[in-house]
Design a protein around this ligand. Structure first.
Ligand code: SF4
Length: 299
């Protein structure tokens, strides 16, 4: 039976993310990238629902890239999408052979595979006149990426909820930016989506990402509010309290003789307020902290 409580929660969070970042505008044609995993099924589900209730009009169509991995069940998505009755395209491109041929033995194939996939999706978006490309990354993907970049890349950088593609031609959106992976997993189970396993290519998931995922899960068990607080922190960046000269002009700061509103309190310990308004018992954000849904009302 479909978990309607989770369904409502995920739909609301998706609507909030879409509104907060102006992801979808009237007249948009949204290309939903469907991999056959729980995240992209949930994203499609949410977008189709919001399409019905939103006071704006936008089109949704689905695209799946068949990368010709051995054992890929090519019939599953066309059958699912036909049954849903929505516009969809299956793009057949044998990136599997290219990746196998070009990647030295023992090296991870994911980097090249992702680059190829991205290029194909951009080409497809152009071909089918999409104005937005929707990807199914969720809140936990964003936090994992943030920590990956901090731990291994020396950068404070995550996955943005909305961005301009590398070639400058497309707007990429992540409507599940506020949704927790655990909720998506539970919801997906209740919906009984025909999941296509993501490891058909035989490649291992990035080990560093795997370790960070485990660390976050461990933290969540020990400190239920931590993940929600970290996610909120991505929306409350204070450049003057970091150390990037490009982001904040430290060189030219001068005294004003006036107290600085929200300024540093000299040598005090940082004051840790629950600015994310997180319910300590559940680790979720309380109502007061949630952004109002301006144009997408959920019933
Ligand atoms: S796991 Fe396989 S299909 Fe997925 S990105 Fe890596 S190489 Fe590509």
């Amino acid at each position: 039976m479909v978990n309607t409580k989770l369904q409502n929660k995920l739909r609301k969070l998706t609507a909030q993310a879409i509104t907060q970042y102006a992801m979808i505008a009237d007249g948009d044609r949204v290309m939903v990238c469907l991999s056959g995993g729980k995240d992209s099924y949930t994203m499609l589900d949410n977008l189709l629902y919001l399409q019905k209730v939103a006071p704006i009009s936008f089109e949704v169509f689905a695209v799946n890239l068949d990368q010709k991995q051995p054992g890929f069940p090519a019939h599953i998505l066309p059958e699912y999408l036909t049954q849903l009755g929505i516009e969809h395209y299956i793009v057949n491109e044998d990136t599997y052979s290219i990746v196998k041929e070009k990647t030295p033995e023992g090296k991870t194939t994911c980097a090249l595979c992702s680059r190829l996939r991205r290029a194909i999706l951009y080409k497809t978006a152009k071909q089918f006149k999409a104005t937005k490309i929707a990807l199914g990354h969720h809140r936990d993907d964003m936090l994992e990426t943030l920590l990956l970049n901090m731990f291994h890349g020396g950068q404070l950088k995550s996955m943005p909820p909305k961005l301009v593609s590398d070639n400058g031609e497309h707007i990429v959106i992540r409507p599940l930016a506020f949704c927790a992976e655990a909720d998506i997993a539970q919801y997906s189970l209740s919906k009984g989506y025909p999941i296509i396993p993501c490891n058909l290519c035989g490649s291992q998931e990035n080990l560093q990402r795997k370790q960070i995922k485990m660390m976050l899960q461990d933290w969540h068990v020990q400190f239920p509010t931590r993940i929600a607080s970290m996610a909120k922190s991505l929306q409350q960046v204070v450049p003057s309290h970091l150390a990037d000269n490009h982001l904040y002009n430290f060189t030219d700061i001068t005294t004003t003789g006036e107290p600085v509103k929200d300024g540093d309190i000299g040598f005090d310990e940082p004051q840790l307020v629950n600015s994310a308004n997180i319910d300590v018992s559940t680790g979720t954000q309380t109502k007061q902290a949630q952004t109002s849904i301006e144009f997408l009302e959920i019933t």
